[in-house]
Design a binder for this molecule. Structure first.
Ligand SMILES: NC(=O)c1ccc[n+]([C@@H]2O[C@H](COP(=O)([O-])OP(=O)(O)OC[C@H]3O[C@@H](n4cnc5c(N)ncnc54)[C@H](OP(=O)(O)O)[C@@H]3O)[C@@H](O)[C@H]2O)c1
Length: 301
C-alpha cells in the first residue's frame, strides 16, 4: 500500500512542490495548515499558538513532513517578528510531539525542514558538515532550538530526519526570484563584498531528498540539503544576468546600504557559508542538478 503523508506548512514554496511531486508518484497527501483551503487535498487546521490540532488529520498517516515556519525574509526583524520566527517553528514541532504522544496513530517517520543557518556564517575556507557545532547568531539559535524539539520526537520511537536546507532555487518564489528581480530591471549588482558563499539546492533535488528521507529507513538525524557546489554572491548574480541576458554592473551594493534597508536581516544576504553534501551522497542520493548553470537553465526566471 502506498504511504499516506501529512505535510504541515504545505502551502509554501517547498510544500507546494512536494505535494505535486508526491501525488504524481502515487502517494496520498494531506495538509495541516493555519487555514482550511479549498482544493483537491484535504486540509486540516491547527493553531500553533493556541495548541490546537485536528486529530482527524492523522487517520492512516505513516509519515509527517514538517515545513511550518514564519518566513525568515518576509518582514524586518523586530523583537516580535524574531519571536514569531522562533516560536512558529519550536511550538509547531512541540505541538506535533504532544499530539503524537497523546493520540493513537500509525506514524513511524517524522521528516522536518531545518536550515543550514544552524551552522552560522562561514569565513574563508571553512566548510560546514553535519558535525559542525551550531553557530551563535539569531538564525543559528532558532535552528538549534527548532532541532532540539525535533529530537524529542525520537523518544516516541519515531524515526526522525532533519534536512538542513540551503538556499532553494525555484522559479515559483524564494531567494532566486528576489535575486533575479533587480537583474531583470537592468540593476543587477553583487551585494556587499560579493564574496559571501551561497550553498544552494534545486527544488527538484530537495523534493527528491524529502522523499528519500521519508522512505529510506536507514536515514536518521541531520543531513545538509545542499548541492555541495556553493557559489559566491557575485557568481550567482552574474549567472542570473547570463540567463536573463542582462548586464551585471561591477559596482557592488554597499553593505551599509543593505544594513540601513534591512537591519539585522541584512546578514542573510551579506554573509554565507560553504556546506558539503557528502553525508547525503553517502546514502546513495543522486542529485539531478549539481552545477548552478544547469540549475538556472532548468528554471523559468
Ligand atoms: N526556501 C528556502 O530557501 C529554505 C531554506 C532553508 C530552510 N527552509 C525552511 O523550509 C521550510 C519550508 O520552506 P518554504 O520556502 O516552503 O517556506 P514558506 O514558503 O515560507 O512556507 C512555510 C509555510 O509555513 C506556514 N507558516 C507560516 N507562518 C507560520 C506561523 N506563524 N505558524 C505556523 N505556520 C506558519 C505556512 O503554511 P500554512 O499557511 O499552510 O499554514 C507557510 O506556507 C521553512 O520552515 C523554512 O524555514 C527554507
Amino acid at each position: 500500500m502506498s504511504k499516506k503523508i501529512l505535510i504541515t506548512g504545505a502551502s509554501g514554496l517547498v510544500g507546494s512542490h512536494l505535494t505535486d511531486m508526491l501525488q504524481q508518484q502515487g502517494y496520498q497527501v494531506v495538509h495541516v495548515g493555519r487555514t482550511k483551503r479549498a482544493g483537491k487535498i484535504s486540509t486540516f487546521v491547527w493553531d500553533v499558538n493556541a495548541g490546537t490540532f485536528d486529530v482527524q488529520a492523522l487517520a492512516g498517516v505513516d509519515t509527517i513532513i514538517n515545513l511550518a515556519g514564519a518566513g525568515i525574509a518576509d518582514k524586518r526583524w523586530s523583537t516580535s517578528r524574531k519571536r514569531e520566527i522562533l516560536e512558529s517553528r519550536t511550538k509547531s514541532v512541540a505541538l506535533l510531539n504532544k499530539v503524537l504522544s497523546t493520540t493513537s496513530h500509525q506514524v513511524t517517520t517524522f521528516v522536518s525542514a531545518s536550515a543550514i543557518g544552524y551552522y552560522g556564517f562561514g569565513f574563508g575556507d571553512e566548510v560546514f558538515t553535519e558535525d559542525t557545532k551550531p553557530g551563535t547568531d539569531f538564525l543559528a539559535n532558532v535552528t538549534k532550538q527548532w532541532e532540539e524539539e525535533m529530537d524529542k520526537i525520537q523518544q516516541l520511537s519515531i524515526r526522525v530526519v532533519k534536512l538542513r536546507i540551503g538556499i532553494v532555487l525555484s522559479d515559483k518564489g524564494g531567494a532566486l526570484t528576489e535575486m533575479a528581480k533587480p537583474v531583470r530591471m537592468f540593476a543587477g549588482s553583487p551585494l556587499g563584498s560579493g564574496k559571501q558563499n551561497l550553498s544552494w539546492i534545486h527544488i527538484e533535488d530537495l523534493g527528491a531528498m524529502f522523499l528519500k528521507a521519508a522512505t529510506d529507513e536507514t536515514l536518521r538525524g541531520a543531513y545538509s540539503a545542499v548541492s555541495g557546489n556553493w557559489v559566491s554572491n557575485k557568481e550567482i548574480t552574474k549567472a542570473i544576468g547570463k540567463v536573463l541576458n542582462r548586464p551585471v554592473w561591477p559596482v557592488h551594493v554597499p553593505a551599509f546600504v543593505l544594513k540601513l534597508m534591512l537591519g539585522e536581516m541584512a546578514n542573510i544576504v551579506l554573509q554565507g557559508s560553504k556546506v558539503t553534501a557528502d553525508k547525503i551522497k553517502q546514502t546513495g542520493f543522486e542529485f539531478k542538478y549539481t552545477t548552478l548553470e544547469a540549475a538556472l537553465k532548468s528554471l523559468r526566471l
